[in-house]
Ligand binder design. Structure first.
Ligand code: PLP
Length: 397
C-alpha cells in the first residue's frame, strides 16, 4: 500500500538539502532595538516595527483596557455577532487619519488582498501588476481568474505598453485593475504612484496600492504613499495597508470611498467568514493611530536614523541599491557571502537576515536592514562599524 503522506518528508528533505528550509530564530521577549534572540542580546535590524509602537506604553495600556472592558475574544465573525464598538471606532479613526471617506479593517493584510482582489475583478477582466508585487497580491490575482499582465518593476514605459497592448488585443475587458506595492520590501524603493494614477486615469482603470511598508513612514505624519504624492481618492481607488508593520499590532485595512467599503465587506469572503479581531487588537490599533497623530516626532526620528545610517554605509563603500526608504539593503553579491555576513553579524550582536536567490537576482544577494526610530546614534555607530569590519573581512569593501 502507498503511504499517502510520504511526500511530507520527501519534500521537506529536498528543501533542507538545498538549504531552502527556514531555520527559525527565537525572539525571547519584546521586539525592541536591543532584544534577546536565541539566547543572545542583539541589535534588531530586521523587524517591521519601524516606530517601536509594538512596545509603546499607550498601545500596551489600550490592549489591557480593552481586555478588561470587552474580554479576550469577539465571539464571532463581524457579520453575525462579532461587530464590536471597538471595531467601528477603529475604522472611524483610521478613515479620519487617512483623510478618506471610509475605512474597513480585515483580519490581516494577506486576508485583505486575497479577499478583495478577486471581487474587484474576475473572468473577462484584466489585472495589470508590477513584477515584484507581494505574495498576497499574487495569490489574490490567482483567485480572481482575471487575465493578468505583468509590467517591469516600477517601469512606467512598460506599464504604458501593457495597457496599450491590452486595449489593442482585447478591447472587451470589462474592467482593468492596476495593482502595485507602494514601497517594495526587497529594495526599499517607492512606486511612482502619481504616474501610475495618471495612466490609470487615461485608460479608465482602477488603481489599487498596497502600502504595507509606506504607512508610518511616508507622507504627512506617516499617513502613507497617497499622502506622500498628494493624490486624491478619485485617482487611487483602493489604499490598502496593514497594522502589522509600523502600526505595531496586526490586521489589514483599506481606505477609500463609502461605496468601496460597502462593496468590500459585503463581498470579501476572508472578511465575512473569519472571526473578527480580539478587543485587545482593536484597542491597541486605535492607540497606534493616537500615537501617530500626537507624536509625529517618531516618524521624524525614523528618517533621521535612516539618513544617518545610509550616508555612513555609502561612505564606507557599500552598495544599497535603489533604496529610498528605511528599508536599506546592503548588497553582498553572492548568496554564500550574504549568509556568512548575516552569521558574523549575529555573532557580533546584530540581527539582520540575508535575502538570497531566488528572492532576488543571483548576483544581488543582500543583508536587508530595516531602520527603527527607537535606535540611538551610539547603536547606529556600533552597527556601522560592525558592517564595515565584516564587509572588509569578506572583501566586499
Ligand atoms: C506584510 C505585507 C502584507 C501582509 O500584511 P499582514 O497584515 O502582515 O498579513 C501585504 N502586502 C505587503 C506589501 C506586505 O509587505
Amino acid at each position: 500500500m502507498r503511504n499517502p503522506i510520504s511526500f511530507l518528508k520527501e519534500e521537506y528533505d529536498e528543501l533542507a538539502r538545498n538549504e531552502l528550509n527556514w531555520k527559525l530564530r527565537l525572539l525571547q521577549g519584546p521586539s525592541t532595538p536591543w532584544c534577546v534572540v536565541d539566547g543572545k542580546k542583539v541589535l534588531m535590524l530586521c523587524s517591521n516595527n519601524y516606530l517601536g509602537l509594538s512596545t509603546h506604553p499607550k498601545l500596551k495600556e489600550a490592549a489591557i483596557r480593552a481586555v478588561q472592558s470587552h474580554g479576550a475574544g469577539s465571539g464571532s465573525v463581524r457579520p453575525i455577532a462579532g461587530n464590536m464598538d471597538l471595531h467601528i471606532e477603529l475604522e472611524r479613526r483610521l478613515a479620519k487619519f487617512k483623510r478618506a471617506e471610509a475605512s474597513l479593517v480585515y483580519q490581516s493584510g494577506f486576508a485583505t488582498n486575497t479577499g478583495l482582489i478577486p471581487q474587484l475583478v474576475g473572468q473577462g477582466d484584466l489585472i495589470v501588476s508590477d513584477e515584484f508585487n507581494h505574495g498576497s497580491i499574487i495569490d489574490g490575482v490567482r483567485l480572481s481568474r482575471a487575465d493578468k499582465a505583468i509590467y517591469k518593476h516600477v517601469d512606467m514605459q512598460d506599464l504604458t505598453r501593457v495597457l496599450d497592448e491590452a486595449e489593442e488585443h482585447n478591447p472587451h475587458h470589462r474592467r482593468i485593475l492596476i495593482i502595485t506595492d507602494g514601497v517594495f520590501s526587497m529594495d526599499g524603493d517607492i512606486t511612482p504612484l502619481d504616474e501610475v494614477a495618471k495612466l490609470g486615469e487615461e485608460h479608465g482603470a482602477m488603481v489599487y496600492v498596497d502600502d504595507a511598508h509606506g504607512e508610518g513612514v511616508l507622507g504627512e505624519g506617516g499617513r502613507g504613499i497617497v499622502s506622500h504624492f498628494r493624490l486624491s481618492r478619485d485617482q487611487v481607488h483602493v489604499e490598502m495597508g496593514t497594522f502589522s508593520k509600523a502600526f505595531g499590532v496586526v490586521g489589514g485595512h483599506i481606505s477609500g470611498s463609502q461605496e468601496l467599503i460597502n462593496f468590500a465587506y459585503n463581498k470579501s469572503r476572508t472578511w465575512l467568514l473569519s472571526g473578527s479581531h480580539p478587543p485587545s487588537v482593536a484597542g491597541a490599533c486605535i492607540a497606534a493611530i493616537d500615537v501617530l497623530e500626537n507624536e509625529p516626532q517618531l516618524v521624524q526620528k525614523l528618517w533621521d536614523n535612516t539618513r544617518y545610517f545610509k550616508k555612513a554605509v555609502i561612505d564606507v563603500g557599500f552598495d544599497i541599491g535603489r533604496s529610498e526608504t528605511p528599508i536599506i539593503p546592503i548588497i553582498t553579491g553572492e548568496s554564500s557571502k550574504a549568509k556568512e555576513f548575516s552569521g558574523r553579524l549575529f555573532d557580533d550582536g546584530i540581527f539582520a537576515l540575508p535575502i538570497v536567490y531566488p528572492m532576488v537576482a543571483k548576483d544581488k544577494a543582500r543583508i536587508r536592514t530595516i531602520m527603527n526610530a527607537a535606535i540611538t546614534r551610539e547603536d547606529l555607530d556600533f552597527a556601522i562599524n560592525t558592517f564595515e569590519k565584516i564587509g572588509k573581512h569578506l572583501t566586499i569593501l
